[in-house]
Design a protein around this ligand. Structure first.
Ligand code: C2O
Length: 557
């Protein structure tokens, strides 16, 4: 009897074991502090997580519950966003300030509590208030569940590569000055790879980051664009990369010598090192990261450098060089984005409940305190989003009136030739307008660039969902012709999409996550100017279709 009972216990334990292993709790403590740095032409205090720039990497396995206790030890209000985490029924942990939470005030803490569901790969976290994300960011590495293999040969090791932008002066001062003048903020002074720029002309720098590798090995390179305002190319001299994943979704592998990522996007690629360490001084290879811009917009055209160093090579030995692509490499950019195809075919919504067309552009509004009485603004469908003073998700959940309206226009109110001649009136409407979606409705958004002030590539990021990128093109979207060429079979699934300069991109998603979800340009300068809006997704009927109440420690405004 006893033996049978014991065997039963054993069987139960054996049965539960994988479940226990799979649903681990990962706890992290983030103390956000001022840290003194002496690098890249300046010695200044910057805001960091735990004194690190970039911040610590968060590791999780798919299905893990992640708890990040964020303590704000700086004098700025603070929030952190887990960019690309779907936050299913955990909208309160998403992070954008005044959208899904009030900021964590100085001296306060908040525990971000979410489960990583249906995703594996690389994502990033970053501050989501003011311009603090310039230095408050880091990698999120999500491993497949135990026993679930990668759909490509298992890598021997991995490299986390975080690309960033660096200002010599204080970043908050840069944006404040721009807001006061109503003009564009200063461009950055350097780009960085894992916090280092490599040599910058006329300035003291610490040199570049060294990635030490072994010969004859396969590395999974996790590339994150954490820059504020610039799309970046990434190259390694003498090595090709095989792209296998973007935004934590697998893609059909393809080889390239140049990766392109927009701010907020992530790309995983396999790097196979040479079978043998090149003899003598030949074991160093230059890594470059440089901007892509094919519109008449001023960007920081400095190239940051790092080194791929085969173990045993002197770090001081000259590196095999590579030339960064020219700034306006449109065809290279198009080729890269066109190569992205989802590895598996997907359930792309085929019937559409909401067919939306959002134009994107800049504008000029009156501002009595600004330089020349005007300020630059940006908009979706001519609405410049005004940040509320109460978090939108609270206003939604507790039915607080007067915080937002849900009449965001699903289509332009005054259609025109968006990429042709522009209207003389550059003014926009300033309001806090949301677009309401019933639970589980299917949505198509055509994101249409305009020539208002200047055409530009806008990387648009949707919170709370991945979407399918079903089509893109130049000029104006044609609702009669273009849908015929939509890819509804293996479109890439992602959370941030580059809309080509003077063109359009079409995305589809299913609104199966109740809450309030931000949609915005991931160029921080455009977010600041108002190129943002939010969807409010109502509850469904089932218990798994509702937004639960906020956690007890949710910060107050
Ligand atoms: Cu990575 Cu709302 O942003």
């Amino acid at each position: 009897m006893k033996i049978i009972a014991w065997l039963r216990v054993m069987a139960t334990v054996a049965f539960l074991w994988p479940v226990l292993v799979e649903c681990a709790i990962r706890r992290y403590n983030f103390n956000v502090v001022m840290t003194n740095t002496t690098k890249l032409c300046s010695s200044k205090p910057i805001v960091t997580v735990n004194g690190l720039f970039p911040g610590p990497t968060i590791y999780a396995t798919e299905d893990d519950n992640v708890l990040v206790n964020v303590t704000n030890s700086v004098s700025y209000n603070l929030t952190i966003h887990w960019h690309g985490i779907k936050q299913i029924q955990t909208g309160w942990a998403d992070g954008p300030a005044y959208i899904t939470q009030c900021p964590i005030q100085p001296g306060q803490s908040y525990v971000y509590n979410f489960t990583v569901t249906g995703q594996r790969g690389t994502l990033l976290y970053h501050a989501h208030i003011l311009w603090l994300r310039a230095t408050v960011h880091g990698a999120i590495v999500i491993l497949p569940k135990p026993g679930v293999p990668y759909p490509f040969p298992k890598p021997d090791n991995e490299l986390v590569v975080i690309l960033g932008e660096w200002w010599i002066s204080d970043v908050e001062a840069v944006v404040n000055e721009a807001l006061q003048s109503g003009l564009a903020p200063n461009i950055s002074d350097a780009h960085t790879v894992n916090g280092l720029s490599g040599p910058v002309s006329n300035c003291l720098s610490e040199g570049g980051y060294n990635f030490v590798v072994e010969a004859g090995k396969r590395y999974l390179v996790r590339i994150i664009n954490a820059a504020l305002n610039e799309e970046l190319f990434f190259k390694i001299a003498g090595h090709n990369l095989t792209v296998v994943e973007v935004d934590a979704t697998y893609v059909k592998p393809f080889q390239t010598d140049t990766i392109l990522t927009a701010p907020g996007q992530t790309t995983n690629a396999i790097l196979s090192t040479n079978p043998q360490t090149p003899a003598g001084a030949g074991g160093n290879f230059l890594i470059t990261t440089s901007p892509f811009m094919d519109a008449p917009i001023r960007v920081n055209n400095n190239t940051a450098t790092a080194t791929l160093q085969y173990n045993g090579t002197l770090p001081s030995a000259a590196a095999t060089p590579t030339a960064p692509p020219p700034l306006n490499s449109t065809s290279l950019a198009e080729k890269f984005y066109d190569s992205l195809r989802s590895l598996n075919s997907h359930q792309v919504p085929l019937s559409i409940d909401h067919s939306l067309l959002f134009t994107m552009g800049l504008g000029v509004n009156p501002c009595s305190t600004c330089y020349a009485g005007k300020k630059v603004v940006a908009d979706f469908n001519n609405v410049t989003f005004v940040m509320p003073e109460t978090a939108l998700i609270n206003a939604h959940f507790f039915n607080i009136s007067g915080v937002f309206t849900d009449d965001f226009p699903g289509n332009p109110t005054t259609p025109y030739d968006y990429t042709g001649e522009q209207p003389a009136n550059l003014m926009t409407t300033e309001a806090t307008k949301l677009y309401r979606l019933a639970y589980n409705s299917s949505v198509q958004i055509v994101l249409q660039d305009t020539g208002m002030l200047a055409p530009e590539n806008h990387p648009i990021h949707l919170h709370g969902f991945n979407f399918f990128a079903i089509g893109r093109g130049l000029g104006n979207y044609n609702p009669d012709q273009d849908p015929r060429n939509f890819n509804l079979v293996d479109p890439v699934e992602r959370n941030t999409i580059g809309v080509p300069s003077g063109g359009w991109a079409a995305i589809r998603f299913r609104a199966n996550n109740p809450g309030v979800w931000f949609l915005h340009c991931h160029l921080e300068v455009h977010t600041t100017w108002g190129l943002k809006m939010a969807f409010v997704v109502d509850n469904g009927k089932g218990p798994n279709e509702i937004l639960p109440p906020p956690p007890a420690d949710q910060p107050k405004c």
